[in-house]
Design a protein around this ligand. Structure first.
Ligand SMILES: NC(=O)c1ccc[n+]([C@@H]2O[C@H](COP(=O)([O-])OP(=O)(O)OC[C@H]3O[C@@H](n4cnc5c(N)ncnc54)[C@H](O)[C@@H]3O)[C@@H](O)[C@H]2O)c1
Length: 397
């Protein structure tokens, strides 16, 4: 017996489409993506969303852990073998939040089973794999997305709109950086240094990929790179007290040339004591300038340079949370500010809209093709550093 006055909604009145989600990996990104799917189902002011995500299945390797994750995150069930989740007919979107070395094979298998796939960045660990992923998605005609979530922060999208509307004039310079502190201490144990343990991907693949994507998103295609990669600490202790050799890059300083004539620099490293997660950029054009920093993500600093009003020249700090701003449908009221996780919510909502309503993922979302291009650029930076010369970016697809 229900308590008196308690009513249940008539579900038949709310005929919102559903989209089946299969998620691989329940760690940091698995949690961020699950949080996003849940918010998508209720958060927008203009409810309903294009479809309500149905959390069908999650996949990991260890039964006890993935069972707990499926319960905790609210998935209907779980798999302990990724080869099974990519075959589940109830799944429309396969979401790959596994480590870098597990991006290619499961994503391609899911694509070949007709799934739409979002895969975390970097798209792969090699250009060969990234190319195969991009070509597979193209051939299968499914939607693909590479997890460049920072495109979906309102301040970043506003910056793109400002550039595209010509308010910056001709773009002269992009100066991007992504700095973290994890490896600055030579005595830090290797297990605490994400870029040197696990897949040993290095800093460029891990966080440099985000800055390269940001540069392409905001400014355009990159045609040459001149890079210097450094490993400052070639030997590090592990938890057992042994000393291990380090081969993963820990610092990158790169000069870029864009197709539209702009110049650029990218710095990305993990030896920056006191920096937490500084993903930041500055843009300088013939009519103005802008800068943005993930550690202050609600604000975009903009200057539309007008020589007639010298007295107030300088950056205006814009709180990008007003109804006129991008993604306002997914924001709290003005000034109530958003957090890092909102980028993932907006990103996955965009992907679901693309899948359900057959809209293009690009230009606002990064596709597998974009992930492939970023991979080619990262490879060229490594080559440039090894050979000590400028490298042209040659795309094969
Ligand atoms: N976009 C971003 O802001 C962002 C931030 C951090 C990490 N990432 C990327 O997300 C991916 C995952 O990173 P993370 O920090 O969540 O890692 P994590 O170690 O926290 O989680 C990885 C998950 O994958 C699972 N896994 C590993 N191998 C598997 C296999 N063979 N089969 C099934 N499951 C397997 C693990 O059990 C774990 O649940 C990486 O590619 C990373 O580069 C993106």
């Amino acid at each position: 017996m229900e308590p008196e006055g308690f009513l249940k909604p008539d579900k038949s009145k709310f005929n919102v489409p559903k989209v089946g989600i299969g998620l691989m990996g329940y760690g940091f990104m698995g949690k961020a993506h699950t949080n996003a799917y849940k918010k998508i189902s209720y958060f927008s002011w203009s409810w309903p969303p294009p479809a309500i995500p149905e959390l069908i299945a999650i996949c990991g390797r260890t039964k006890e852990k993935v069972e707990e994750a499926s319960y905790k995150y609210g998935f209907q069930g779980y798999y302990t073998d990724w080869k099974k989740i990519v075959e589940d007919p109830r799944i429309d979107i396969f979401d790959n939040c596994s480590p870098d070395n597990m991006h290619a094979e499961p994503s391609i298998a899911a694509i070949r089973n007709g799934k739409n796939v979002i895969c975390e960045k970097p798209l792969a660990m090699s250009v060969k794999d990234a190319k195969e992923m991009a070509l597979s998605a193209r051939e299968a005609g499914v939607k693909s997305m590479c997890g460049h979530n920072y495109r979906f922060i309102p301040g970043v999208r506003l910056a793109k709109e400002i550039i595209d509307r010509g308010y910056m004039g001709k773009i002269y310079e992009f100066r991007g950086k992504y700095l973290q502190p994890y490896g600055f201490n030579p005595s830090e144990k290797i297990e605490n240094i994400w870029y040197a343990t696990g897949t040993k991907s290095g800093v460029m693949l891990g966080i440099g990929s985000h800055v390269i994507d940001m540069a392409r998103f905001l400014i355009g295609e990159i045609i040459t790179v001149y890079g210097m990669q450094k490993i400052f600490n070639r030997k590090r202790p592990d938890a057992q007290g042994s000393i291990q050799d380090i081969e993963a890059d820990e610092s990158n300083t790169v000069v870029l040339e864009f197709k539209n004539g702009a110049a650029g620099t990218i710095e990305t490293s993990c030896i920056n004591s006191s920096r937490k997660n500084q993903h930041a950029w500055e843009i300088y054009g013939s009519r103005g300038s802008m800068h943005w920093d993930l550690e202050d993500l609600n604000h975009l600093y903009v200057n539309i340079a007008d020589p007639a009003v010298k007295e107030i020249a300088g950056f205006t700090k814009v709180n990008v949370t007003e109804p006129i701003h991008p993604f306002s449908d997914m924001l709290w009221p003005p000034g109530h500010n958003m957090g890092w996780e909102s980028g993932h919510v907006n990103e996955l909502l965009h992907f679901i809209d693309s899948v359900v309503n057959d809209k293009p993922v690009e230009p606002y979302g990064a596709t597998f093709y974009d992930g492939y291009v970023v991979q080619v650029i990262m490879d060229a930076i490594k080559k440039s550093s090894n050979e000590g010369k400028k490298i042209n970016i040659d795309l094969e697809i």
